[in-house]
Ligand binder design. Structure first.
Ligand code: FAD
Length: 492
């Protein structure tokens, strides 16, 4: 099936909107009439919503899943083009991510993982292009450059951040950590500027911007420290956790397991292509109204609507001012992720940074397509933003600028997350001040409405793991209320 989401460009066919994905659900609904009240309505079929839906169905509750798109997966989904999964959003997972790995074990998918990197052949080096010129170095030297620069960046406590954030899943455990949320990445760079070589500075800035996809001024230094702590306080940990291991069959091959298990329970109703307009909590019941006027009623509602689009829904009673202020401020990630299939087979082992002059900044060889071409994945962000479908020539040029002379483009594949009306951005990355003021408010319930999204997870916030953490939390909350356990519970 073909989703409305995503774009593909080839020299033969030009630009086409919509790409095939195994995450598309057809037929889009199994609900004949909206009259029955459900135990729980879940808004959103991303990993938060899929986890909550599955857990609640398995627990014996009747669930209605309402999704605006024609597919599951939300910000994590894969296209299947020529039998090859190009990842349109969330991609990489790691066994150090506890919630995601539990699900990989549950669905027996351990052997369905593969590494992105293959440093074994051809153009087997790192290329750093800056305003000062081009440096070619080995991948070992690439690691040393980035690790050295990152150590200078994070070492605010003489312990590479360990004293400031000793518990990554309780990041404000040490009260002093809050001060770093009022600092931007730019503030921290200015503080260490004299200690950085020009190459260290360029590589460090592009790595930080790869994480936030905002600008250096809009990137919370605290949130970067939080990522660093999650990754075990090492550059190697960052590479392993953030960009190394993916599903051979693509993210949608994982997401579909959650949906299928929920469906098999016989308690799942679903409506896709159904953007929600408003939610009314009348105490005894919650009524959801879609943009086309359909109404659905549940005893509880789990909203997994992302932060950057939360203010597009009307709530009665209204959301508290702190949550609304956070939603209006939003997160800063406007990642541009572009896949390029190129004819140069030798580029599989290449990595590169082109910064700050280029619209795409960081790229790696990510696979070999069935045609034997190299798959390169490239990232850009808000600091030098573009909408890839608006000017394909500009997009091609940005890819070519990553490694001039080596990018003979056969295909481009991408999704525009900035213009996506159900996300308005990519993975969560906090601006300065948002988390220390609003994280607790974002995690709070609102009457019979429970909020779950990776955007305000406690641990791997911004990641698939955080979405599953949040879906699990929401399902537990609702389950305990609607289906109190008959056995006495051990309270720890
Ligand atoms: P979402 O996936 O956003 O789900 C929310 C759902 O709500 C969506 O399906 C949306 O359509 C729906 N919705 C929104 N508005 C409405 C409405 N009005 N009515 C009905 N439904 C609505 N994470 C990783 O772990 N590893 C990675 O490598 C990685 N890379 C990423 C790369 C990109 C380009 C992007 C965009 C994200 C990446 N992430 C990555 C982050 C990860 O994808 C997200 O954190 C995670 O998927 C969020 O899941 P969620 O369910 O919390 O939210």
């Amino acid at each position: 099936m073909t989703s409305r989401d995503g774009f593909q460009w080839t020299p033969e066919d030009g630009l086409k909107q919509g790409v095939p994905s195994i995450g598309v659900i057809s037929p889009p609904t199994n609900v004949a009439s909206a009259s029955q009240p459900w135990d729980v309505i879940v808004i959103g079929g991303g990993y938060s919503g899929l986890t909550a839906t599955r857990d609640l169905c398995v627990a014996g509750l009747r669930v209605l899943l309402v999704e605006a798109r024609d597919r599951i997966g939300g910000r994590s989904w894969s296209s299947n083009i020529g039998n090859y999964p190009f990842e349109m959003g969330g991609t990489w997972v790691h066994w150090g991510q506890p919630h995601v790995w539990r699900e990989i074990s549950r669905y027996n998918m351990r052997s369905e993982m593969e590494p992105s990197f293959d440093f074994s052949r051809g153009v087997n080096h790192f290329q750093l292009r800056t305003n000062d010129g081009t440096s070619i170095m080995s991948h070992e030297d690439e690691d040393t450059l980035l690790a050295t620069a990152l150590h200078k960046f994070v070492d605010v406590d003489g312990s590479l951040g360990r004293k400031v954030i000793p518990f990554a899943h309780d990041a404000f455990h040490v009260p002093e950590a809050r001060q770093y949320d009022s600092m931007s990445a730019k503030d921290r760079l200015d503080a260490i500027a004299l200690s950085l070589t020009p190459n260290e500075r360029a590589a460090l800035e592009s790595f930080v911007l790869l994480c936030s996809c905002g600008t250096l001024e809009t990137t919370s230094f605290f949130e970067f420290l939080h990522w660093w702590a999650l990754c075990g306080y090492t550059y190697q940990g960052c590479m392993d956790s953030l960009i190394s291991y993916k599903f051979k069959g693509g993210q949608s091959s994982f997401a579909i397991r959650f949906f299928s298990e929920a469906k098999q329970s016989g308690r799942l109703s679903y409506v896709f292509n159904s953007p929600v307009r408003s939610i009314t909590d009348e105490g005894g019941k919650v009524t959801l109204t879609t943009r086309d006027g359909r109404q659905y009623i549940g005893a509880r509602l789990v909203s997994t609507i992302p932060l950057n689009v939360l203010n597009s829904i009307s709530f009665t009673p209204p959301l508290d001012p702190q949550r609304m202020a956070a939603a209006n401020k939003g997160h800063v990630n406007q990642c541009v992720k572009v896949h390029a299939e190129i004819s140069n087979k030798d580029m599989r082992s290449w990595t590169g940074i082109s910064y700050p002059f280029n619209k795409l900044t960081y790229a790696i060889g990510d696979g070999t397509t069935p045609a034997g071409n190299t798959h390169i994945v490239c990232f850009g962000g808000f600091h030098n933003h573009m909408h890839p479908e608006e000017d394909v020539q500009e997009t091609k040029k940005a890819v070519e600028n990553m490694a001039p002379g080596n990018m003979d483009i056969k295909r481009l594949v991408f999704h525009n997350w900035s213009k996506d009306e159900f996300a308005k951005g990519a993975w969560f990355f906090s601006p300065p001040g948002l988390l220390s003021t609003s994280l607790d408010a974002l995690r709070r319930r609102h009457g019979n409405i429970v909020f779950a999204n990776s955007d305000w997870a406690a641990g791997w916030r911004s990641f698939i793991d955080g979405a599953i953490e949040e879906g699990t939390r929401a399902a537990m909350t609702v389950k305990e209320e609607l289906q109190p356990s008959p056995a006495p519970r051990l309270r720890l």
